[in-house]
Design a protein around this ligand. Structure first.
Ligand SMILES: Cc1cc2nc3c(=O)[nH]c(=O)nc-3n(C[C@H](O)[C@H](O)[C@H](O)COP(=O)(O)OP(=O)(O)OC[C@H]3O[C@@H](n4cnc5c(N)ncnc54)[C@H](O)[C@@H]3O)c2cc1C
Length: 488
């Protein structure tokens, strides 16, 4: 096992997590880990929590485009793909209606999610974030005033958990902070923020969210609590309440964290496909398939009922990631049969006995929500998703995690609805345009005849595929904008 795939251990226990944090990041996928890295590098006290243990797999095509690679570079993990032996992604084979077109792809790589996500979490820990895996987080409805924290900051609403008195934040001065590795002194911290000159941050100001501005005449100050309470529930039922000046909702496509947050309910497209995936070991691959599915190529086939992408990961395994119509899946009696049918229509070999594969699924893919609630910013899939055909969800997750950091800092310092509006605008500029393009491609894929005709044309004139290749492998101008925010 490579060091990157060793278990990522907790750096804090549940009881110690029940205190006041600058930021609690819920979900340690690419979005949450990127935000935790960015905030920890800015000297913030960050708790990164995930219900899963790491490394963990996830339904994903595992293709990182140039934008994702640029984010990794900025986060200090540019060497990860080479270190992990991840194959360069140079070719897309598009198959539909029995025809195939091979399209050159510009500069991506394939990296299993077990490898990528574990490396990101480990990097967040190195940057100073506390990591607590195996714990499910949920958001309490009300924000909490700082004055209410003039006592024990923790409520134990489940089974008894030791409650050290230490981690208490007092609103009345700097001396109430606790000792310990993750304690903080509010007065000192506020001064540090001012010293760093975050107030008036040009990136934040660009999105109309200069939180330090004086009130205009006639404007009333916004009443709000100083913290959000997050309930942390361990697998054994132990419960602890942590408090955060800001919560980063990075709980992914199926995350429920914001379901009860006013104005943040998810809008799910009822016609949307669902994600299904599995990883097939080298040993269980049929010989013909092992020779056909060469590393460095993503094999994407489209048919009635959805599309299926297959590619080899850094350790030679075959990653299968599909977007399927739930109704077609039901009438085909499950994902194995539907995926086998799509591969057959497209003329690609089945990689293994698909009925014996351990399939994982996602909820409906196409969804969106307002990316900000009270002292809560949504990033990555938690803020919305379209479809995976262009393989850029990881890039969006990383870029939104990075871009959220200055807004999270603004929220910690002084929450106001202007922060939420600013993040909504910034978020739209980070992923909006690419997501629209992805939506158009996804709409085209709903028409198997059209897809078949397109593949037939591309198989004769591959040069016509350049715009598609650009869409799949390119950095995406909108995502690159995320790099313009102030670096630490
Ligand atoms: C079929 C398919 C193929 C895809 N292929 C590609 C591809 O090739 N390239 C690409 O770039 N993107 C691809 N994507 C998209 C990509 O997988 C996602 O966009 C990306 O994983 C989003 O990252 P995230 O950090 O937002 O969420 P996630 O990676 O989903 O992480 C969310 C984390 O939150 C945790 N969590 C959830 N709820 C809680 C809770 N209450 N408490 C604590 N923890 C919680 C989960 O355990 C999880 O670890 C694909 C998606 C699908 C469905």
């Amino acid at each position: 096992m490579t060091p990157d795939l060793a278990e990522v251990r907790a750096t804090i226990d549940l009881a110690a997590a029940g205190r006041v944090w600058d930021a609690v990041v819920v979900g340690a996928g690419p979005a949450g880990a990127a935000a935790a890295i960015a905030l920890a590098r800015r000297g913030r006290e960050v708790l990164l929590v995930d219900k899963a243990a790491f490394p963990r797999e996830k339904v994903c095509g595992c293709c990182l485009n140039r934008s994702a690679l640029a984010s990794l570079e900025r986060l200090g993990l540019g060497g990860l793909p080479a270190r992990s032996g991840s194959p360069a992604l140079t070719r897309l084979v598009l198959a539909a209606g029995g025809r195939r077109a091979a399209i050159a792809l510009p500069g991506g790589v394939v990296l299993s999610r077990a490898m990528l996500d574990a490396a990101l979490v480990r990097h967040a820990v190195r940057a100073g974030a506390a990591f607590l895996p195996g714990v499910r987080a949920s958001l309490h409805a009300k924000a909490v005033e700082a004055d209410r924290l003039d006592g024990d900051a923790r409520v134990d609403s489940g089974r008894a958990t030791p409650q050290p008195k230490a981690a208490v934040c007092r609103s009345t001065g700097g001396s109430g902070a606790a000792d310990g590795p993750h304690s903080f002194d509010r007065e000192t911290r506020t001064k540090t923020i001012a010293d760093r000159g975050r107030v008036g941050d040009p990136h934040i100001a660009a999105f109309g969210c200069d939180v330090a501005r004086p009130l205009a005449s006639g404007e009333t100050p916004q009443e709000d609590g100083d913290f959000r309470e997050i309930q942390l529930t361990a697998a054994d039922g132990s419960v602890v309440i942590a408090r955060a000046r800001v919560v980063l909702a990075a709980d992914g496509l199926g995350g429920r964290l914001l379901d009860d947050e006013p104005g943040c309910e998810a809008e799910v497209d009822p016609r949307s496909l669902i994600g299904v995936g599995a990883i097939v070991s080298v040993d269980s691959m049929a010989q013909e398939a092992a020779a056909f599915y060469v590393p460095g190529t993503v094999f994407m086939c489209c048919g009635r009922g959805g599309y299926v992408g297959q590619t080899r990961t850094e350790d030679g395994r075959l990653d299968i990631a599909a977007a399927l119509d739930p109704a077609a899946m039901k009438s085909a009696s499950g994902p194995a049969e539907l995926i086998a049918a799509i591969l057959k229509q497209a003329g690609l070999p089945a990689p293994t006995d698909l009925a014996a594969v351990d399939w994982r699924g996602t909820p409906r893919l196409t969804r969106r929500r307002s990316p900000a609630g009270r002292r809560v910013l949504a990033i990555g899939d938690a803020a919305g998703y379209v479809e995976p055909f262009t393989g850029e969800g990881i890039a969006w997750a990383l870029a939104s995690g990075e871009a959220a950091a200055p807004f999270a800092e603004a929220a910690m310092d002084s929450w106001s609805p202007a922060v939420a509006r600013g993040w909504a605008r910034a978020y739209a500029s980070v992923v909006g345009r690419r997501r629209r393009a992805c939506g158009w491609i996804a709409a085209g894929l709903r028409r198997p005849r059209l897809t078949g005709a397109v593949v037939a044309v591309l198989s004769k004139w591959p040069a016509l595929a350049r715009p598609l290749a650009w869409n799949i492998g390119a950095a995406g101008a909108g995502v690159e904008e995320a790099s313009t925010h102030p670096q630490t």
